[in-house]
Write a protein that binds this ligand. Structure first.
Ligand SMILES: O=C(O)CCC(=O)C(=O)O
Length: 285
């Protein structure tokens, strides 16, 4: 990882204006080779730590649709290094304007080639699923472990949509993404224009928890391989009584109203004034 790739003032302004930011390449080819190898093990259901993930869908062996593994970092020390990487935390803190970052949960994603709409991810705002979070500073770091573009179904974001409010259009599993666009345009009165997050392997896109995003089919001959790292500001508290009460993070902690999300289920990636803990950084290639 190259620690010189922190967002500057203009990058932070871009994030505030557009609700997303694409990093330059921050993981080098040696790191990427390792991450891909361990990503493949998890997809295959080989859990190095013997601890299963929090959840997954579908089960190992089925690659007829998008594979999604939540808290993949529990299963594998190499993926844990990526999920909990302090530089990811530092970038997220800088973009969000907060002093510390904790993990909310990770989501390993594998979009096989040529599975048509079964690889689509419907348009949604992450905050729709995370209303139990008492602030709007949550942010996602989406790490490309292979090159991603329109051909293999890269993530697309709707720039500026983080300022449209909460839409109640949270359809991660909705595969008819075109039909959804019409509905959102009618509902909001905004034109729905997307930007493709085209990334080289080793680059990371960051999106605000209100930013509408999703992705279309992988029409290429190669898989789309990535890890989404969902992050919250250190000090974030549980807000009881929302539609997200049954979010898996709450089933882990069983918090009381107003209780901070803290402890081993929500590890700290980064805190201002604390040294970056990770010693395995190497120069980016
Ligand atoms: O991988 C995608 O296409 C969408 C991922 C996503 O919904 C997220 O990272 O929040």
């Amino acid at each position: 990882m190259n620690i010189n790739n922190l967002p500057g003032k203009d990058d932070v302004s871009f994030f505030q204006e557009n609700g997303y930011w694409l990093s330059p390449k921050i993981f080098n080819d040696i790191e990427l080779r390792d991450f891909r190898e361990h990503h493949a093990k998890i997809v295959a259901g080989e859990y190095e730590t013997k601890r299963p993930p929090l959840s997954r869908d579908p089960q190992p062996g089925d690659t007829s649709r998008l594979v999604q593994v939540n808290n993949a970092y529990w299963t594998d020390a190499t993926i844990a290094k990526l999920t909990l990487h302090p530089l990811i935390g530092k970038i997220a803190a800088r973009l969000s304007g907060v002093n510390g970052i904790r993990l909310w949960h990770d989501q390993l994603l594998f979009k096989p080639p040529q599975i048509g709409k079964a690889g689509n991810i419907g348009w949604h705002q992450d905050k729709g699923y995370w209303q139990c979070i008492d602030n709007d500073n949550a942010i996602t770091a989406w790490v490309a472990l292979e090159d991603v573009n329109e051909e293999n179904g890269c993530m697309e974001v709707v720039p500026g949509s983080h300022r449209w409010g909460l839409l109640g259009e949270d359809h991660f599993y909705q595969q008819d993404v075109e039909e959804q666009i019409k509905r959102i345009e009618e509902k909001t009165g905004h034109r729905f224009t997307t930007t493709s997050c085209v990334l080289r392997a080793g680059c990371v896109s960051f999106h605000h928890c209100f930013t509408i995003h999703g992705s279309r089919a992988n029409t290429s001959g190669r898989p789309r391989i990535s890890l989404a790292i969902h992050l919250i500001a250190d000090g974030t508290r549980y807000k009881a009584g929302t539609t997200s009460d049954d979010h898996t993070s709450n089933t882990l902690l069983r918090p009381k109203d107003g209780q901070p999300y803290a402890g081993p289920y929500f590890p700290v990636l980064f805190r201002e004034d604390e040294p970056l803990a990770n010693t395995w950084m190497t120069p980016s290639s």
